[in-house]
Design a protein around this ligand. Structure first.
Ligand SMILES: NC(=O)c1ccc[n+]([C@@H]2O[C@H](COP(=O)([O-])OP(=O)(O)OC[C@H]3O[C@@H](n4cnc5c(N)ncnc54)[C@H](O)[C@@H]3O)[C@@H](O)[C@H]2O)c1
Length: 349
């Protein structure tokens, strides 16, 4: 059997402190005969020394470009713009199959170099269920930020924190008014996270999923103070909130958090804004009287890098130990080949 050589790269994005493999799981990989090289990374939430102590070899940031050809390069977010030709097998979230900006260019880099993208979004079982995802913490943060905004205690810019710290500020303080929360998509990963954050904030939210939105009761939706949208829409449905609903005299809704962030997509269930918010300016006022604030941040789990990395790594570990061309990795490979074919470029796999 060929020994697997994994190469954990430094993330190019400076605010990205998460990692797909935490030191404890690195030790498990090494213990199972995997060769693991870890690039130095100033912002990664775990120190490089912890990986070294786990038996990993350390390499300079960005040195994956000259890694041995058989190394599998592992990361989370986008690759740097260079080199133009990608020769390795890469495991990360490529965001390259839904016509996203830069998608075709990324696929061209793979085909030019003969490399392969194993996109983590398509690491699924035979029923199509995602095997490693950050959804829970996205929902947790989405609801937590919405509650803080509603209580007038959201401070910008946002910076990465820990769950312990976050729960400390979420706890209701004397004088905090009671409010009603609504989670839509409540049965999914981020929906469960949102429910947990509402619980930490001392509120038991209304929970809606497919059954409750089939015949949508918009007036009931608008009677909640805080709404967190966590749906994963796969086909267009009538919007949950429309522009005219913002001026509905019966609206109690004051804070709307869109964890889904499908802005601009035909699947968007909240077509009341056209730009996401970010860590520097997390909330945007959509209406003044009565007020309505929007939070739509598309990299929420990065705000809890330790907890989200630990959970993600635990979910990914068994699949890394089983890295290959069949099973879940076969689904990734298949999706890559179809994308390459759809773009009409020669593929090198
Ligand atoms: N903002 C961020 O940083 C961030 C991070 C991770 C994920 N996300 C996004 O969050 C969304 C949810 O992810 P997830 O992992 O929780 O997905 P999931 O598949 O675990 O859950 C989605 C839930 O939505 C429900 N749903 C689908 N259509 C619905 C409808 N019309 N009405 C009511 N419920 C409906 C499903 O039944 C399911 O329970 C995805 O779009 C994902 O891309 C955002």
């Amino acid at each position: 059997m060929t020994e697997l050589h994994l190469w954990l790269r430094h993330e190019a994005r400076t605010t990205e402190r998460r990692t797909p493999i935490v030191p404890d799981d690195a030790r498990r990989l090494v213990g199972n005969g995997v060769e693991l090289t870890v690039e130095e990374s100033p912002q990664r939430v775990f120190p490089t020394g912890a990986y070294e102590a786990a038996g990993c070899r350390v390499a300079p940031a960005g040195s994956w470009v000259s890694a041995p050809p058989d190394a599998v390069v592992l990361g989370l977010k986008e690759l740097p713009d260079e080199p133009a030709e990608l020769t390795h097998r890469h495991v990360f979230f490529g965001h390259a199959y839904k016509g996203q900006p830069g998608a075709a260019a990324l696929l061209r880099r793979f085909t030019a170099g003969g490399g392969t993208l194993y996109d983590l979004e398509y690491l699924v079982d035979d029923t199509g269920r995602r095997l490693a995802a950050f959804g829970f913490w996205a929902g947790y943060l989405g609801a937590a930020l919405a509650v803080l905004q509603h209580r007038g205690r959201l401070r910008a810019p946002l910076t990465p924190t820990t769950k312990e710290e976050l729960d400390g500020v979420l706890e209701p303080a004397p004088g905090d008014e009671e409010f009603t929360g609504l989670v839509v998509g409540a049965l999914g990963r981020s929906g469960r996270g949102a429910r947990a954050a509402f619980a930490a904030a001392g509120t038991d939210p209304t929970c809606w999923d497919l059954a409750e939105t089939r015949d949508l009761d918009r007036p009931a939706l608008l009677r909640h103070d805080v709404m967190v949208n966590c749906v994963l829409a796969t086909s267009p449905v009538p919007p949950f909130v429309r522009e005219q609903d913002l001026d509905d005299p019966g609206r109690r809704l004051r804070t709307l958090c869109d964890v889904t962030c499908d802005v601009g997509s035909p699947l968007n269930v909240l077509p009341v804004y056209d730009e996401t918010t970010d860590w520097d300016a997390p909330a945007r006022r959509l209406r003044d009287a009565p007020p309505l604030d929007l939070i739509a941040i598309d990299n929420l789990p990065s705000l809890l890098p330790l907890e989200s990395s630990t959970d993600f790594s635990a979910a990914l570990l068994p699949h890394l130990l089983d890295f290959g061309v069949s099973g879940p990795w076969g689904h990734c490979l298949d999706r890559f080949r179809r994308a390459v074919d759809a773009h009409g470029v020669d593929r090198g796999v």
